[in-house]
Design a protein around this ligand. Structure first.
Ligand code: F3S
Length: 365
């Protein structure tokens, strides 16, 4: 840990109460990661709350997903190793909705770029976007080096963003993706009038996917100290629509709709179930959320199942091996998923807003 601190330029360490571990999927870390984790599992014990990012499959219903036996064996070994060290089996990228919620001003050591940007921006906690190895070391020692977004001077806004109009959730994804592409290391102020939980998640996920944006501000909504930014820019509706074109490689005729990047909140699941009510899917629909929500949505998931969609837990569309399941063309509403489904999974992607997806790929009952 001391060597790590000198590499990152940290002068001191903070005692932490939580880590969030990314790099959990067998599709992402492969044999090398599986072997490393199984080698250290009996030697390390976590001292602090350690939640886990999505795995490569639904850990209970993986056979229904079509996951090959060999992949499942590797994934289960990774999960067992993490749990042996003391990790909590959350397997979600929204741990702040599943029991790991740091306080304002608290320093933590988290992986998962979307969650880091969310807690820095929306909660006012402090973390850099850390790699899996460092989060494991931090969990075992209970300390993290203080540098980057732990320090006040790196949390100051430097770019004021004025969007022309934001009409739906997809526009929030595209706005942050646009800023991440053109100002990858910025701390933007998004001058928007409102932001729901889904919209705050979208801003966090997309800016960290196209760039390295680890935090943003929204006047009157996010809690961190605001000051004037040196530069200001406008983002037009045309900018957002042309970005959507760039991220889409087909228009109609999908194999699979995937929703839940980042994992859907309870509010989003409820909203989706209302949109789906009275309609039937005409293609395969997959929805991803945290297993912690499973009992809570028990009484409303019939609407989703009657529509013909399937809810998966513990995993997501990007870290599960969709290409091995015979899928070639996917439709999503998340700009982050669009990027990684294409670059990591090698799939054709169509990017649409949720309402457009429901309209295009379902029919009245
Ligand atoms: Fe989460 Fe997977 Fe997207 S980990 S942020 S749903 S790529």
């Amino acid at each position: 840990m001391e060597r790590e601190a000198s590499i990152s330029g940290a002068q001191r360490f903070a005692r932490i109460k939580s880590v969030h571990i990314s790099g959990v999927s067998y599709a992402t870390i492969g044999e090398a990661g599986r072997e490393w984790l199984s080698g250290i599992a009996s030697k390390i014990r976590f001292k602090v709350t350690a939640t886990t990012n999505p795995a490569g499959m639904d850990l209970i219903s993986w056979r229904d997903m079509g996951i090959p036996e060999g992949f499942a064996r590797g994934q289960i070994e990774i999960v067992d190793s993490l749990i042996e060290m003391g990790a909590l089996p959350t397997f979600t990228c929204t741990p702040y909705l599943s029991g790991n919620l740091p306080a304002y001003g608290e320093s933590v050591c988290w992986g998962e770029s979307s969650a880091v940007a969310f807690i820095n921006s929306v909660i006012g906690a402090r973390s850099n976007r850390e790699g899996a190895t460092k989060t494991i070391v931090a969990a075992a020692t209970g300390y993290t080096p203080l540098y980057g977004k732990h320090l006040d001077e790196n949390r100051v806004p430097d770019l004021a963003v004025y969007p022309e109009s934001l009409e739906n959730l997809l526009h929030y994804y595209l706005l942050a993706y646009h800023i991440g592409l053109h100002y990858p290391d910025s701390v933007p102020i998004y001058n928007v009038k409102r932001a729901s939980l889904a919209e705050l998640k979208a801003l966090a996920a997309a800016g960290a996917a196209s760039g390295s944006i680890e935090m943003y501000h929204i006047p009157g909504i996010t809690p961190n100290k605001l000051s004037d930014a040196a530069k200001s820019i406008q983002v037009t509706k045309r900018d957002l629509l042309s970005l959507r074109e760039e991220l889409s490689s087909f228009d109609g005729g999908t194999d699979l709709v995937v929703l839940g990047c980042p994992h859907l909140s309870l509010q989003e699941i409820k909203g989706l179930s209302d949109l789906m009510n009275g309609r039937k899917a005409i293609v395969k629909f997959w929805i991803f959320t945290a297993r912690a929500f499973m009992p809570l949505i028990e009484r409303l998931k019939w609407k989703i199942e009657r529509f013909g969609a399937r809810i998966w837990y513990d995993t997501c569309m990007v870290v599960s091996p969709l290409e091995e399941l015979g899928i070639k063309r996917v439709t999503t509403n998340s700009a982050k998923a669009a990027k990684y489904l294409s670059s990591l999974r090698g799939l054709e992607v169509e990017l649409l807003d949720i309402k457009e997806i429901i309209e295009r790929y379902s029919a009245p009952e």
